[in-house]
Unconditional design. Sequence first.
Length: 236
Amino acid sequence: MDMSAVKGLLFDKDGTLLDLHATWGMVLNEMIWFTAGEGEQRLAEDLARIGGYDLATKRFTPDSQLAQGDWGSIFEAWQQRLGPDKGKRLFLFLDELRRGKRRRASVALGEIRPTLERLAAAGLKIGIATNDAEAPARRDMEHIGVADLCDVIYGHDSYGAKPGPEMMAAFCAETGLRPDQVAMVGDTMTDLRFARNAGAHSCIGIIDPSYANQPFVEGVDLQVEHVNAIPALLGL
């Protein structure tokens, strides 16, 4: 595929720049057990199944809707399973997480900064487009040491969630690029649908062989195992 027209890159966050399982796996495990309550094995298993999470391995399943960033519909399904009393425990946990009483890690997928430095030095515009909120996304990029290399950092509360095209429109308005000059880099069907809906030049898929959604693998334009392969794709 000819990548010479690409002048900008929009990166998903979790599973693309951050290790999804190391960043969110433990906190989701804590959330499920706190919400279910002590000894509620069956309920915890139901919550994990609904969210696409393996309690034994503390990893997301390849078809996980949570991994896709679809937290809203999963929370709704959890509330239906939990009922009003247990449901309050879920919101208590989320509030404690929001206020910093509970913390999660920001674990990069290996060395990220050298790759983004190389892309930025070549004149490419770099953005983050995640279905996490903008504030924690900024903190994550600061924690892994790449916030200063990002022209924009967008979350679902910035201009709208993926797979809607709003974050692409905002990125193009900020950088002066057209969507067909921007490649999307992601690891889920949500990222692929976003790229298509937004008219992106292409979608570069980050493929973990041990955790791969086959429709996503087959649908992306290019496949790499790590973002450090992207400069070579662009001839840098």
